[in-house]
Design a protein around this ligand. Structure first.
Ligand SMILES: Nc1ncnc2c1ncn2[C@@H]1O[C@H](COP(=O)(O)OP(=O)(O)OP(=O)(O)O)[C@@H](O)[C@H]1O
Length: 269
C-alpha cells in the first residue's frame, strides 16, 4: 500500500448516513418481553460497527429489525433514505453457519441470490464476478468444489462472496465466525476487514467477543439488558488497517477493559 492509500485507509472521514434508527423499541406481543427500548443509531458509509451485550439483551432482535425480518413496535429504520419494511436487495446478511446448498458447487452457491432475483441467464452472466470474488477471499481453484469438500473457514469465505455478489449497501453479520477455531476466526476477521475496505462496505456485526469487536470496529454499541438499551457507543480510535498484533498493545487492552466494565455495570442494573 502506498503512503497516500495508507493515509486514506487510516484517516478517511466516515461518509454519509446509510442506516438511521430512531427511537426504536420492540416488545414481543407473545410474552410482552420488552426486548429493545428507544434505540437511536446512525451507521455511516464505510463504517464498521459492532453490537455487544450480555445474552438476551436484544442483539439478535436489533439485527432482525434492521434486516426487515421483524417489525419494530415503535420507531423508524431508514436505509439509504427509504424505510425498511421487509427484506431488501440492498441488505446483505451472513449467519453463524455457512448455509450453503450441498448440491451446488461453490460458484453456483455464490450466484444463487442473482438466480433467485433475476433468473438463470443473469446468474450465468454473474459467473465472472463470482470467480473474481472467490479470488479475493482466497478460494481460487475451489470454484467447482461442493460444500462438503470445504473446511468451515472456506465455507464462510464462500458465504462472504454470496453476500457480496448482489453489491449490498450494508452487511449485517450475525456472529459469522463464531463456529470457527480461534486462529481461523482471527484470520477471517482480518480478511473481513480487507474486503470491507476494498468494497467500501458499511458493516454491522453482532458478537459476544469484546476483542473481536475492538479489532474490527470504528464504533461499538454496548447494550445493557432488560430492556435492551444503549449503555454507550464507544469509538475505537486504533489506526487502520488493524493488525492482529495490535491486540497485544496497552491501548487495545484499555479499550477492552473499558467495554468489559460497561458490560459489568449493565449486569448490575
Ligand atoms: N420471538 C420471540 N418471542 C418472544 N420473545 C423473544 C423472541 N425473540 C427474543 N425474545 C426475547 O427478547 C429478549 C432479547 O432476545 P435476543 O435474542 O434479541 O437477545 P440476544 O442479545 O441476541 O441474545 P443472545 O446473545 O443470547 O443471542 C430476550 O428476553 C428473549 O427472550
Amino acid at each position: 500500500m502506498n503512503a497516500a492509500a495508507a493515509q486514506e485507509f487510516s484517516g478517511a472521514p466516515l461518509g454519509t448516513p446509510v442506516y438511521e434508527l430512531t427511537h426504536l423499541s420492540k416488545t414481543y406481543a407473545r410474552n410482552l418481553v420488552v426486548a429493545l427500548e428507544d434505540i437511536n443509531l446512525t451507521l455511516r458509509k464505510g463504517s464498521f460497527t459492532s453490537v455487544i451485550g450480555s445474552s438476551g439483551c436484544g442483539k439478535s432482535t436489533l439485527l432482525k429489525i434492521m434486516a426487515g425480518l421483524i417489525p419494530p413496535t415503535k420507531g423508524r429504520v431508514i436505509l439509504q433514505g427509504l424505510p425498511v419494511t421487509g427484506p431488501r436487495r440492498d441488505i446483505g446478511m451472513m449467519f453463524q453457519q455457512a448455509t450453503l446448498f450441498p448440491w451446488k458447487t461453490a460458484v453456483e452457491n455464490i450466484v444463487l441470490p442473482i438466480e433467485i432475483r433475476d433468473g438463470k441467464a443473469a446468474a450465468k452472466q454473474a459467473m465472472g464476478k463470482a470467480h473474481e470474488l472467490l479470488d479475493i477471499v482466497g478460494l481460487k481453484g475451489f470454484e467447482n468444489v461442493y460444500p462438503n469438500e470445504l473446511s468451515g473457514g472456506m465455507a464462510q469465505r464462500a458465504s462472504i462472496c454470496r453476500m457480496l455478489i448482489t453489491e449490498p449497501a450494508v452487511l449485517l453479520l450475525d456472529e459469522p465466525f463464531s463456529a470457527l477455531d480461534e486462529l481461523s476466526r482471527d484470520m477471517m476477521n482480518m480478511e473481513l476487514q480487507r474486503i470491507c475496505h476494498e468494497q467500501d462496505a458499511t458493516a454491522f456485526l453482532v458478537t459476544h467477543s469484546i476483542q473481536e469487536a475492538v479489532i474490527l470496529s470504528d464504533e461499538i454499541v454496548v447494550l445493557k439488558p432488560r430492556p435492551g438499551r444503549i449503555a454507550e457507543i464507544v469509538k475505537v480510535d486504533l489506526p487502520r488497517p488493524r493488525t492482529l498484533d495490535m491486540m497485544t498493545t496497552p491501548k487495545f487492552g484499555a479499550i477492552v477493559d473499558y467495554i468489559r466494565s460497561l458490560l459489568d455495570k449493565g449486569e448490575e442494573m
